[in-house]
Design a protein. Structure first.
Lengths: 431, 902, 162
């Protein structure tokens, strides 16, 4: 068994010891899935296989990929009528997995996109990439050129009648562009404000055409599923969710980083084994399990396996699977302020609760942190959290995500907030 | 239909319609900001939150936005649930974080939608402790004031200006809590619909700048239902008065015509009413040429003596049907002239003939918006009837609504519809001499001289009638588009003064009818009552009338500067005997040569009827009593009749109307309520709001005694705040919109049967002509055959939205937008003449050299001259020689930055 | 009429690069962000004059294009120094001491966030998560990513840029 059979995403990177070149990729069986699929499989067969494999979106929402692709099936096959868009706008604070995949294994993304595009009948595909991702951009651009030279992209790929034009769109930089409809507006060259759904992108997406938007990691999973089958993929997971997951940890641990592990690896194993445990003198207090926009998990949750359902049942979301650790030296109020500063800054300015509510929340947190909190401020925060955070109260889910860490901080670390207001100072600063 | 349960009460609504609209259509109160009845929903402000319940057992429900919800049968919602009310008040609290507390000095105060909604939600205590954001404002030109600190980021301004009206120079900048709405840099807003920002903005960001210079609170204004005099569309307006001055014009909703929007000529073009050149007294010209004022009865007596017993009358397309009728009564039909130049009158009569033929449907503007293929033949409607162009802009979206419906996107989901359709549009073909401000949305444009446009129209008609395969040229593509359309529309007009053009346009409609297609025909006359006075007809053409005057026959000239109608030399000759009387509002070249001048009331100072392009007769009511000796023309004519001992005399508007209806169209009695109409059988309708202040003291510096309230014997309105304005009265009798809790113009929904539908009491006006033809009958179009000559240029008149209308040109805000006189050249001719834009040309007989402007669409051999700014011969196809004026200096300091751009 | 339009014409290279993007898009306006990024790459920032030229080249109004330009964090509508230093202020770097790191960078360059050094060498800006959270605290100088950065490395790092 090679590493690729247990770690389809970055096993090859580990084998090669860095960037997987085209020849490295092919030597490890790269592009055989695309070749096989374009010659011997119908688009429906691919969609069915991906659905059977139970691949779920790795961008945060966890929507079944095969089902999503199915929404775009059966539309007229006029050339240029549909689009496949890879969401490489990785901007969720604490998340750094897609950068790694694109920078070190760009051909797996390209092959995944060939398969996805073929499955939904798109002849035009875009990678929407963060503007700050200069090195990934260089590597991906080179890989696209290499693939083009070998006719893995372009016209009549692998001698089939399938064509694919793959382009990179470098983002002008906005967190909200990671939201798929905002991403589509940005791709169209417009202000990256989200769109109302319905219509959903598979019905009316980029330039009004049926469009599928998939996360980088999601697409990178597809070649191995085609190569090895749905059953193999499902068995990679430890719990009911299939496949592997790239988990990441940042914060005061001895060995921060990324690991491709079976879906459902327990949190404590991630922290203590893979990340090498907490640094000396620091104690783990809380975890944002899937990026900045997820609810805190605390001590009572640390033995849970990291999969979609378990983490949701625990009151949070698996999100991107890259965790941010809060240790005991960090003031929860100030951390909340830092988080709300980010979300207020990155609000697109379209709807009222997000545009006007988040700056108010940030200001209240700053006041409390700076010893200027007043009685009633926590109730004001609660009210704002309730009204800003409920899905449907705002136009998109940006503010909902913003409120998740706040409402859980108010729940788990309320003593800290009250202490700040009562003593008009931050105890963490005095230490 | 669907049945919905709102707070446990049953209501009827339309399945699939927008829930916010359904709620407002029931006249229930629900706050909102970003939604607009004409622009649909975007879900930005989150103000119209309600509670929706999943099923009968659901007791908690969840917050939803009414504007983003479709009505479904059996749905259950609550407006009054505490959670919904608390959320709505929180939304206001968020919006008010940064909104300045400057209401006392804000132009919007007292009619501010944000004020209303704040009060409605109950938010009153400020809890936000941060500083407020501030902005630098922009100078947006003479019409619109800008105060960005007041902005609540509802996006209505850019949605109206850019998406609805096609403007390009207003945008949303920035993001998060730092959103700015303005121009790229300071400068005049280019669109001729910019004035609507004043009404579209829910608070005081965009305000009426001329109004602000002499400001009055809405509640202190006196107003009455009226009709815009800017062009022949007949948009309904509210002129508003205080201290004897017309202060401003705002939109008066009409479901079939202007809807919620006016053009800027209409909104800012009425300040001529307060012009210093108003004629205010009856005057008799003395030997020295000066006018002697002060003795009205003497003036009437002198007029009688001067006119003699064989009097002719020259009427006017810019005054009321009744005033023209009164003149016709006085002089007799055979001695009455419409006052329109001969060629234009023939064009209008041809159009009226066409409109009465079978197969010709005349569309309202609402129907224009439903057209799915449009051909504009010859008329630059963005300049001659700007509101029509705004409707054409909506019509090209017909296809996007079809596409949206196919994709299961509700048509009210505005961003979704636009995003899905992208640049797909319904067919719009424009054939005009020069570029128009609708070219940006046209499927294809074509240019030509007048004769070429006629030939093009004939060719389209021939193709429609033949069964031959279509050709791949402009005419062929137009033919294909019209043939396959469900609601084709042909638009033409009188501005090119071509009878043949109107005939071919009508023939195209008739050809479509032959194919069993219902087609619409929209003819654009130039002036507010062109159609009305043309329907009155008269035995004299203008050229004959002028000749009679030149021969010494006495004449009464009614509100008409003859120099704008006929060549100066012929008018000079006509006026030289000097035995004519002028009734007019402003001094002009004709009036200053009259023997006797009588001060006529403007439309704001009298009651009357205008007939629009559809032949819709609409009543406009006196807004305020005119000052000094100013009186409606019919009353002066009554006095003259008495002196002359002929015709009829009247002592009230009601008596003129009665006789007019009896002798012309009896429908005139029914278009609006008569003087004895009352609410609940007893109440008059007040011209003043119930908060109107200072009635007893506003003239105390003149007379300390409380003035007697003015009595109105002509209309159902009162000159006071007493009475009722309930909302469901006759739609033609709404003096202003206001409803408890709704002080802003948004209150109009309380006056409608349903949101954006008909007025509760019906949309005003009735058409005098419905098509009556029994069989298809084409016009025989005579061969125009005007070939181009090498030595001279064919002149086409260009109409300008700011500059070609006699009265609005005298309105001071408009003056700032009128360009220097210019000549429009094709690029080829400019090259041949070795001139560039900004250089000067001598054109034909015109004394003053004209500034060159180059138009990429104008054909070689044709030049355009701005109507109203330079004298253009109106007798036939005019031609002119050109020569370069090397001395020319462009009038940069007086020319406006922007005329009007799409 | 308006006076001479203040535009700064696009270079052939800029035009070619923008056209290459347009070729893969359904219409010219769709290349708005690409065009802004391309011109900024060459000129460091987007001046009003540059913005007018791009708008003209893409057949769109300056207002619409500026609405787009001002939406995005990475498009500079004000002049920047020869090198742009962006320091991450998001949560992963925050828990690793980004706030005090940011103070040190400011002290080192002698400017605050949003400012440019008097010699025009550096402009200092805050930036959201750079996606290198395992290397916190992180910093981006032009296209070069640094992390984890220790205070004693700053002198050497900045000395690489002139």
């Amino acid at each position: 068994m090679s590493l690729q059979d247990t770690k389809p995403l970055i096993g090859r990177v580990q084998e090669v010891g860095g960037l997987v070149s085209l020849s490295d990729y092919e030597a490890g069986g790269g592009y055989t899935a695309a070749q096989k699929a374009l010659k011997h499989m119908t688009p429906s067969e691919i969609i069915d296989l991906v659905r059977e494999a139970n691949l779920r979106g790795r961008g945060g929402a966890g929507f079944p990929t095969g089902v999503k692709w199915g929404f775009a099936k059966g539309e007229p096959q006029t050339p240029g009528y549909k689009y496949l868009v890879c969401n490489g706008d990785e901007m969720e604070p604490g998340t750094f997995k897609d950068r790694y995949l694109i920078e070190f294994n760009p051909h797996s993304l390209i092959e995944g996109m060939i398969l996805g595009a073929y499955a939904i009948g798109a002849e035009k595909a875009y990678v929407f990439l963060r503007g700050e991702y200069h090195e990934p951009n260089r590597q991906l651009a080179r890989a696209i050129a290499e693939a083009g030279e070998k006719n893995y992209l372009g016209r009549s790929i692998f001698g089939s009648d399938f064509n694919l034009d793959l382009r990179i769109h470098l983002s002008g930089g906005r967190y909200i562009c990671g939201e798929e409809t905002a991403l589509l507006n940005a791709l169209e060259g417009k202000r990256g404000q989200p769109r109302y759904k319905p219509p959903f992108p598979p019905a009316s997406g980029a330039w009004g055409r049926p469009t599928i938007v998939n996360n980088v990691e999601t697409l990178c999973n597809v070649p191995a599923i085609i190569r090895n089958g749905a059953e193999w993929y499902q068995e990679l997971g430890l719990t009911e969710d299939a496949g592997t997951k790239i988990y990441g940890i940042s914060g005061r641990v001895n060995n921060p980083g990324l690991w491709e592990l079976p879906m459902g690896t327990p949190i404590r194993e991630l922290v203590d084994v893979h990340a090498g445990g907490m640094q000396d003198g620091y104690k783990l207090r809380g975890i944002l399990p899937g990026g900045a926009s997820t609810d805190y998990l605390v001590e009572e949750h640390f033995d849970l396996p990291m999969d979609y359902k378990t983490i949701q049942d625990a009151g949070s979301r698996m999100g991107t699977g890259t965790m941010i650790l809060m240790d005991d030296s960090i003031c929860p109020v100030d951390m909340a302020r830092n988080l709300q500063h980010f979300f207020a800054q990155e609000s697109c300015g379209f709807c009222t609760p997000c545009r006007e509510g988040l700056p108010w929340v940030e200001q209240l947190l700053a006041d409390i942190e700076n010893g200027q909190g007043k009685d009633g401020d926590l109730e004001l925060l609660d009210q704002n959290a309730l009204y800003i955070g409920a899905p449907g109260n705002t136009f998109c889910l940006h503010a909902t995500g913003a409120i998740e860490p706040l409402q859980s901080a108010l729940k788990y670390f309320r003593d800290d907030f009250e202490h700040h207001i009562k003593h008009k100072s931050c105890p963490y600063r005095e230490n | 239909m669907a049945t919905i349960l709102i707070d446990d009460k049953v209501y009827e609504a339309k399945a699939g319609e927008n829930l916010l609209e359904a709620i407002l259509s029931q006249h229930l109160d629900l706050p909102y900001f970003c939604w607009h009845p004409s622009m649909g929903s975007i879900g930005a402000c989150r103000q119209c939150a309600i509670i929706t319940y999943a099923d009968e057992d659901d007791t908690r429900g969840r917050i939803g936005m009414a504007c983003m919800t479709s009505v479904t049968d059996g749905m259950r919602i609550s407006l009054e649930a505490p959670l919904a009310k608390d959320f709505r008040s929180t939304v206001i609290e968020w919006l008010m974080e940064n909104h300045p507390h400057d209401c006392p000095v804000c132009e919007e105060g007292g009619e501010c939608h944000l004020q209303d909604m704040t009060v409605m939600t109950g938010h009153s205590m400020r809890r936000y402790r941060g500083t407020k954001r501030t902005w630098e404002n922009q100078n947006l030109g003479p019409f619109i004031g800008h105060e960005m600190n007041r902005c609540i980021t509802c996006y209505r301004c850019v949605r109206f200006y850019d998406e609805y009206a096609g403007g390009k120079d207003l945008a949303a900048f920035g993001s998060r809590g730092r959103m700015y709405f303005g121009r790229f840099e300071d400068g005049t807003l280019e669109s001729e619909f910019a004035g609507n920002l004043v009404e579209v903005c829910p608070t005081g960001v965009f305000t009426d700048k001329p109004f602000a210079q002499s400001y009055t609170r809405k509640w202190d204004l006196q107003s009455a239902p009226s009709v815009c005099v800017g062009c022949a569309v007949g948009c309904n307006v509210f002129p508003a008065e205080r201290y004897g001055d017309l202060k401003r014009i705002t939109n008066r909703y009409h479901g079939e015509l202007n809807g919620y929007f006016l053009c800027d000529r209409g909104r800012f073009g009425s300040h001529f009413v307060n012009h210093e050149k108003r004629i205010k007294h009856a005057g008799v010209r003395t030997q020295s040429g000066d006018y002697e004022f002060g003795d009205v009865s003497n003036a009437i007596k002198v007029a009688g003596a001067t006119l003699g017993d064989r009097v002719i009358g020259i009427g006017s397309p810019r005054t009321s049907f009744e005033n023209n009728f009164a003149l016709r009564e006085l002089v007799g039909s055979e001695n009455f002239c419409t006052g329109i130049n001969d060629r234009e009158l023939e064009v209008i009569k041809t159009a009226l003939d066409a409109m009465s033929r079978q197969g010709i449907v005349v569309p309202s503007l609402k129907q224009v918006e439903e057209a799915d293929a449009i051909l504009i033949l010859g008329e630059d409607i963005a300049n001659t009837a700007a509101r029509t162009a705004l409707s054409v802009r909506q019509a090209v979206r017909t296809k996007s609504f079809e596409m949206a419906t196919d994709a299961h996107i509700p048509t009210w989901q505005d961003a979704g519809v636009r995003g899905h359709a992208q640049s797909e549009k319904s067919a719009l073909f424009i054939a005009t001499p020069a570029a128009t401000r609708l070219d940006d949305i046209a499927t294809q444009v074509s240019s030509g001289s007048v004769s070429e446009l006629v030939a093009l129209g004939s060719s389209i008609c021939t193709k429609l009638r033949s069964s031959t395969a279509s050709s791949d040229d402009f005419a062929g593509r137009v033919t294909d588009a019209l043939r396959t359309a469900k609601a084709p529309l042909i638009i033409t007009g009188s501005s090119l003064q071509s009878i043949e053009l109107v005939q071919v346009a009508a023939n195209i409609c008739i050809a479509l009818q032959e194919h069993d297609q219902t087609s619409s025909f929209l003819f654009v006359p130039t002036e507010v009552n062109s159609v009305g006075v043309a329907l009155l007809e008269g035995g004299l053409s203008l050229s004959t009338a002028l000749q009679r005057m030149a021969e010494g026959q006495g004449a009464i000239v009614l509100e008409n500067d003859l120099y704008s109608r006929a060549p100066a030399d012929s008018v000079d000759k006509a006026l030289s005997p000097g035995n004519f009387v002028v009734l007019d509002t402003l001094e002009n070249r004709t009036a200053e040569q009259a023997s006797i001048v009588f001060p006529a009331a403007t439309y704001a100072e009298q009651t009357g009827t205008f007939v629009n392009y559809e032949t819709r007769a609409q009543r406009f009511y006196q807004v305020f009593e005119p000052q000094d000796e100013i009186a409606p023309a019919w009353s002066w004519l009554s006095h003259l009749a008495e002196t002359l001992g002929t015709g009829s005399t009247w002592d009230s508007y009601a008596s003129v109307l009665e006789q007019c209806a009896e002798h012309t169209y009896s429908l005139l009695r029914d278009i609006a309520p008569s003087f004895d109409y009352r609410i609940d059988t007893t109440s008059r309708i007040p011209r003043q709001s119930h908060r109107y202040s200072g009635r007893t003291a506003m003239n105390a510096q003149v007379n300390i005694h409380e003035p007697k309230a003015q009595v109105d014997t002509d209309t159902p309105f009162s000159y006071s705040m007493e009475g009722q304005n309930p909302g469901d009265q006759n739609g033609a009798a709404i003096p202003y919109v206001w409803s408890p809790g709704w002080n802003s113009n948004q209150s109009v929904f309380k006056f409608q049967q349903e949101v954006a539908g008909k007025l509760a009491g019906g949309d005003p006006g009735l058409r005098l002509i419905e098509n009556i033809g029994a069989q298809l009958q084409y016009f025989d179009v005579s061969d125009v055959g005007a070939s181009r000559k090498e030595s001279s240029f064919e002149v086409v008149p260009l109409h300008l939205v700011f500059g070609s209308d006699e009265m609005s040109n005298q309105s001071w805000p408009i003056k700032a937008r009128i360009p220097a006189p210019f000549v429009l050249l094709s690029p080829q001719d400019a090259t041949a003449l070795e001139v560039k834009a900004g250089m000067g040309l001598r054109v034909g007989e015109i004394t003053e050299s004209l500034e060159v402007q180059v138009d990429s669409r104008l054909p070689s051999g044709v030049i355009g001259l701005p109507q109203g700014l330079v004298e253009i011969s109106q007798r036939e196809v005019a031609r002119a020689h050109l020569s370069v004026d090397p001395e020319f200096v462009a009038r940069t300091n007086v020319s406006p930055e922007v005329i009007a751009k799409g | 009429m308006s006076t001479v339009e203040l535009i700064s014409p696009l270079t052939d290279e800029e035009r070619d690069e923008i056209e290459a993007e347009v070729a893969h898009l359904p219409d010219r306006e769709s290349a708005a962000i690409d065009a802004l990024m391309i011109v900024q790459k060459h000129r460091g920032w987007i001046s009003d004059e540059s913005l007018r030229s791009i708008a003209k080249f893409l057949d769109m109004s300056p207002a619409t294009l500026d609405g787009i330009a001002t939406f995005y964090n990475l498009i500079h509508r004000q002049p920047v120094g020869r090198n742009v230093v962006m320091v991450c202020d998001s949560v992963s770097c925050y828990v690793m001491g980004a706030d005090s790191f940011a103070v040190k960078v400011q002290d080192h360059l002698g400017i605050k966030f949003g400012e440019t050094t008097p010699d025009d060498c550096f402009t200092l800006l805050p930036i959201v998560c750079l996606g290198a959270c395992d290397r916190a605290p992180t910093m981006l100088i032009n296209e070069d990513l640094f992390g984890p950065v220790r205070e004693d490395e700053l002198t050497e790092i900045f000395s690489r840029y002139s």
